[in-house]
Ligand binder design. Sequence first.
Ligand SMILES: [Mg+2]
Length: 393
Amino acid sequence: MKIQDVRVFIVNGGKAHALLLKQGAASEGGSWLSETVIANPMSNYPEYTDRRSSWLGMGGRVIVQIIADNGIEGLGESTGGMATASIIHEHIRRILIGKDPRDIEKLWDMMFKITLPYGRKGIPIMAVSAVDLALWDLVSKARSEPLYMSLGGATKDKVQAYVTGNESKLIKDRGYMGQKLAMPYGPSSGWEGMKRNAALVAETREILGPDMEIMLDCYMAWNVDYTIRMAELVAPYRVKWIEETLPPDDYAGYAEINRKVTSSAIATGEHEYTRYGYKQLIDCGAAQILQPDICWVGGVSEAKKICAMASAAHLPVIPHAGGLQPWALHLVFSQVNIPYAEFAYIHGADRTNFDPVFEGVQLPKDGWFGLPEEIGAGIRLREGALDLLDELK
Ligand SMILES: [Mg+2]
């Protein structure tokens, strides 16, 4: 089997949103993720505090389609829009054509090495991730088995999801393990913001009752002192973990909060890249829970290695967006030390998620994901999806 073509597409955000509106799957105003008050690294600049869409420059979804000479196709995805797509199209593509797609270890190593002069983290590794996911999808399709089988088989037959989002009333009683709140305020909102953060957690505990778990997501917005003080304020409400409170480069800060905060676990890794970044997190004792995003960290190949490293350090892995990304769900099922899958209602918990590009994306049922049944990652391009995709030529 040889790679015959590598096609790269950017999802046209305007067209995709128009389709979501037509389906009744989104509102005119856009997603709560980008349009509500969530503490973020730019919160200290007043003109950027209200919504992350005012500054986020991640670019659109990037879709990779790898086609083998026997006609089998693999699909992968990342973010980063034109920047990511260009790296794949202008650079990575040329070392893939003619290679055997089953040689994923070698191809990953080559992609990492050719991007090394400008890579290692961020957009170049997002590009590597998208290609890696497409290779795994292709190879498991060629073997006529679900992707988790190609990754070593199933370690469980169902996995419980938790929901990220602040709609407690809509999320409770749906069978989920818990709810992860997007914390609205950080240090620039002072004591008033701390009180409001704590009040949100108290109100959530009141609504969810004593048994569901509560987690806090802080999107790199806090600092060491703020994290320690917030952890003390929310301790009475039993918070399972506090996530990504510090900027990713503050390894010493993570080590300090992980030592000092005892009422909740410290989780991080969403914006960390490759096994090398994770080695730093593990070596310095940065967290009790590691959260690689397979579309960013280097794909399934790299996430699998990180799971092995975490396992040797007796740490659980709970991948960022693990129940939202089809490839990630297969990783979740294939690894012993992944206990939960993250889910979110992207356009509100009163709507079901609808992917305008892919068909076959699995959704949780009564709070749980079942073992995927279809071959590969289980997805295909929707009929008409190409109308939403701008291909790099
Ligand atoms: Mg997060």
